[in-house]
Design a protein around this ligand. Sequence first.
Ligand SMILES: Nc1ncnc2c1ncn2[C@@H]1O[C@H](COP(=O)(O)OP(=O)(O)O)[C@@H](O)[C@H]1O
Ligand SMILES: [Mg+2]
Length: 333
Amino acid sequence: MKVWLLFEGPYDGDKPGQYEIRRFLEEGAKRGYDVKVFGPSQFDLKCPMIGSNTVWVDSQPQQLPDVVIPRMGVGTTYLGLAVLRHLRRAGVVVLNRAAAVAAVADKLHTFQVLSLEDMPLPKTIFGKCPVDVDLIEKELGFPVVVKTLKGTQGSGVYLSENPENLRDMTGLLTNDGDESLPVVFQEFIKVSAGRDLRVFVVGKKCVACMERSATDGSFKANISRGGVGKNVPITPEMEKLALDVCRILDLEIAGVDLLYNDNGYLICEANSAPDFKGLEKFCNVDIPSVIYDHAANLLGVAKLEVSGNVTPFSRWSKAAKSGLSKIKLFGTR
Ligand SMILES: Nc1ncnc2c1ncn2[C@@H]1O[C@H](COP(=O)(O)OP(=O)(O)O)[C@@H](O)[C@H]1O
Ligand SMILES: [Mg+2]
């Protein structure tokens, strides 16, 4: 199997995401897969997608891979999304697709999509500048959680204790002429303070569920902040929530965070390129293997449907020529 990992920057260090790339390479090598790591900034793309060369990396024409796994998460740029859309249209299996990556890179967008299907969410407000602190107090109370739209690993999440503090904080963030701030305000779920659940989903299956707990008294339970994890058996309720989140957001691979609540759970967020260093350590799972098995399975099924062992591009053209308006197996969103 030929796999491209989309990741910007070096992967031989300990920065976020680097462990995961190393693990994909290591597991791919064991299986004899051809796994390459490219950053979106290396790409040129051509439309219409006719002929053999429609993708260049470092100005060199490329044979398309079977599978592409974006690992850029909230850092995904326009170019990153364009590469994903291009490869998907060329018939490559893309895990996850551009629309899903974009939706979960923005915490408000995620909640807007999940709201359509009445998913349980903490009450969240986004709006104009200057921030209406009275409205936030009335709707959400204090303390209130303030989150940057594109935060990750807990770095953009704060707890504001009272209206004065929130006025000061938002005042500091505001520049003249700002229409809005790049943050949401969210109800603080007290029973979940310092602990939450991370459910890892691959291809409509929950692979592992980990309870995360802060070790420094913070309300944030992220492992990357020093939190610890514990493997917990997944209940039908957790499983249904995590799988519903993935179905609604069209995520093939996801880390779904759940907050504890008095009568069940609330969805905190979904990650399209979730870290799994902590999960592998605390839950004894091999995530790259699960993802590769899933990809191989998708490819195997695809080959059966369009018949013959063909390259992704010819697979797409074959399906198009035979009058299929879409390749059903991979979905179309
Ligand atoms: N509304 C909330 N109430 C209580 N704790 C929260 C709330 N939102 C987030 N947290 C805690 O903060 C952590 C980080 O928040 P999250 O939205 O997942 O941001 P990030 O993308 O940075 O991980 C969560 O894992 C959870 O422990
Ligand atoms: Mg999180």
